[in-house]
Design a protein around this ligand. Structure first.
Ligand code: UD1
Ligand code: MG
Length: 244
């Protein structure tokens, strides 16, 4: 079991340039966002975790101590591209890779562990964590067919009005079969509103290639709230302060 944590982004919506640091180093309750993610994943060996850095990467090297691997994404071309830059790190590795985002500090270790468990027991090619939320933030929407099978993710910015009404969300945690992942990341296209290579286009490819796409859905939890805006950072801080 190995993991990738994405942290190359600048955090434009958080206006963190005025703080001059990558978004994942912004602190909530005294600790960098990225640190929470790494601690929740600490059932893995540090050397089995790869952190993708980019914007002001030296600051991340200074802030994060341990035997983690690092991969550099020079230009922030999207979450799919960010995962692709880790390809060399995983040369020769066949097995599950969990991808998490460094801007989501509230996930518990048990949620990440459960994702590996389900991926393994289902013999899935890709397992996607989803959450049902009544008043959804600007997250990717989970698209299902009439058989209720997941067929893809559409980013909030690319959604039609009808799709925006979907309450099942992509909440930024996935487990992928390593070989399928790196093979297919190369065929991602950036023909979307943000002109980015979206990791969220991979699940659709799994389905199209008749491989097993599994979802694990969680309900009524704060864990899925990440940090894109100042309000969201304040929210996470409040949640973290109330936790023992
Ligand atoms: C992403 C998901 C969205 C999901 C949401 C949950 C995609 C395309 N969208 O959107 O479906 O609902 O997370 O929080 O994945 N990053 C890089 N390099 C890049 C771009 C991003 O390392 O080129 C890192 C950022 O530093 C951040 C993480 O990836 O830690 C997520 O990026 P962000 O821009 O916050 O994605 P969202 O818009 O939140
Ligand atoms: Mg985000």
């Amino acid at each position: 079991m190995k993991a990738i944590v994405l942290g190359a982004g600048k955090g434009t919506r958080l206006q963190s340039e005025q703080y001059n640091m990558p978004k994942v180093l912004r602190k909530a309750n005294g600790k960098p966002l990225l640190q929470y993610v790494l601690e929740a994943l600490n059932f893995l060996k540090e050397e089995d975790m790869t952190i993708v850095v980019g914007y002001k990467k030296e600051m991340v090297y200074d802030a994060i101590k341990g035997n983690y691997q690092f991969a550099t994404q020079d230009k922030q071309l999207g979450t799919g591209h960010a995962v692709l830059v880790t390809e060399d790190v995983f040369k020769g590795y066949k097995g599950p890779i969990l991808v998490a985002y460094g801007d989501m500090p509230l996930y518990k270790r048990s949620t990440y562990e459960k994702m590996f468990e389900i991926h393994d027991s289902e013999k899935a090619t890709c397992t996607v964590l989803t959450a049902v939320i009544d008043d959804p933030p600007a997250y990717g929407r989970i698209i299902r067919n009439t058989d209720n099978q997941m067929i893809g993710v559409i980013e909030a910015k690319d959604c039609t009005k009808e799709q925006l009404a979907i309450k099942e969300l992509n909440v930024g945690v996935y487990v992928f079969d390593s070989e399928f992942l790196f093979e297919n990341l190369k065929s991602l296209k950036n023909d979307n509103i943000q002109q980015e290579y979206y990791l969220t286009d991979i699940p659709k490819m799994v389905m199209e290639q008749d491989k097993k796409l599994v979802t694990h859905t969680i309900y009524h939890t704060n864990e899925v709230y990440g940090v894109n805006t100042v309000e969201e950072l304040e929210f996470c801080e409040r949640v973290l302060k109330n936790q023992p």
